[in-house]
Design a protein around this ligand. Structure first.
Ligand SMILES: [Zn+2]
Ligand SMILES: [Zn+2]
Ligand SMILES: [Zn+2]
Length: 329
């Protein structure tokens, strides 16, 4: 189930919008995993991990996703930045040096020139002991292992950790594909709409004598729940918790209800698309949540549309066969 515009998600998008962050860029953290510090700092404990949040925003075309690089993490110590190296295919030593070798074509013996050469222009095969002429030999360039002396097996590619210096086969390193995320044009508009709708709700409550805090936390004994806004009215001791979502679903309704329960607050849910899912509407009625829709002219209205299909995605809009317009109160 999607959790789109949690307070944390709005905060991180605001940091992009106001230029605090140009792009959300990945780093490999202490555990050898990809993280996005500029995202993590805005998310609350009940948000999903930064990568999942960014991916879902990219799927919604609020953010673009751009390939940055591949990172190889050491399987021994979890650090990033392994270096390419070559090792002896026989013993794994990195100490292999490319050398010029002579090969006696007839018997196949392969050895450095100095083992063939017995005098000026005179060569004897160190293996079969026959005198050989230069044209009976091939000159080859091979990696020769200085540790085990092996030259036939050659050398193979490997990765070496800069931190712990361990060497591993490339396929044993942990490969991460790293992406950066930034605003799509649509994303800026989307954020503006969400924030404007939230502000409209603030002003509506303000007019009714509420002291309103946006990006607030509702605290009870065991936990704190982030909410889009919280208002208190001193005269009657009235409290209200508000949430803003593009297309409120069942989970948005449930979360709002759960957040408001500890402080016995009334609840208002704003849909910025003017639509709520059918299940969300039912549940909102059960929990006595006021549903409002944010209008093109920047006002909040009590009328909204109920989507007959629940699961939200862009394809859902196409599957939306009928909708009911309701008038509340
Ligand atoms: Zn070797
Ligand atoms: Zn020979
Ligand atoms: Zn390492």
């Amino acid at each position: 189930m999607k959790r789109m515009a949690t307070p944390g998600v709005l905060r991180l998008l605001e940091s992009l919008a106001d230029g605090t962050v140009e792009e959300f860029s990945p780093v490999i953290n202490e555990d050898g995993e990809v993280s996005y510090p500029d995202v993590d700092r805005h998310l609350d404990v009940n948000d999903r991990d930064s990568y999942s949040v960014l991916e879902s925003l990219a799927q919604r075309e609020i953010l673009y996703r751009e390939f940055r690089e591949k990172a190889y993490v050491c399987p021994e110590c979890g650090r990033d930045g392994m270096m390419y190296t070559t090792v002896c295919a026989e013993c794994g030593s990195q100490n292999t040096v490319e050398q010029e070798l002579y090969k006696h074509v007839e018997c196949g013996c392969l050895a450095p020139k100095n083992q063939f050469q017995v005098g000026e222009g005179e060569y004897v095969c160190p293996d079969c002991q026959l005198t050989v002429r230069p044209e009976q030999m091939d000159v080859l360039h091979r990696h020769v292992c200085q540790t085990c002396g092996e030259s036939g097996a050659g050398s193979v590619g490997a990765l070496r950790c800069r931190e712990c210096l361990s060497v591993c086969e490339p396929q044993k390193a942990i490969e991460w594909v790293l992406y950066s995320y930034g605003f799509e044009q649509y994303g800026r508009q989307w954020l503006t709409t969400q924030l404007s709708a939230r502000q409209a709700l603030v002003e509506m409550l303000d007019d009714r004598g509420f002291t309103v805090e946006v990006d607030a936390y509702i605290r009870d004994d065991s936990n704190e729940t982030p909410v889009h806004l919280y208002g208190e009215e001193d005269l009657l001791g009235d409290r209200v918790v508000g949430a803003v979502h593009e297309r409120p679903n069942q989970q948005d309704v449930e979360r709002l209800h759960m957040a408001a329960t500890p402080v016995d607050a009334r609840t208002i849910l704003v849909s910025t698309s003017g639509t709520v899912t059918e299940q969300a509407e039912e549940l909102a009625q059960t929990h006595d949540i006021g549903l409002l829709s944010y209008q093109q002219d920047g006002t909040l209205a009590r009328e909204y549309t109920t989507a007959t299909r629940a699961e939200g995605s862009s394809s859902m809009l196409k599957r939306l066969t009928s909708s009911v317009r309701r008038q509340l109160n």
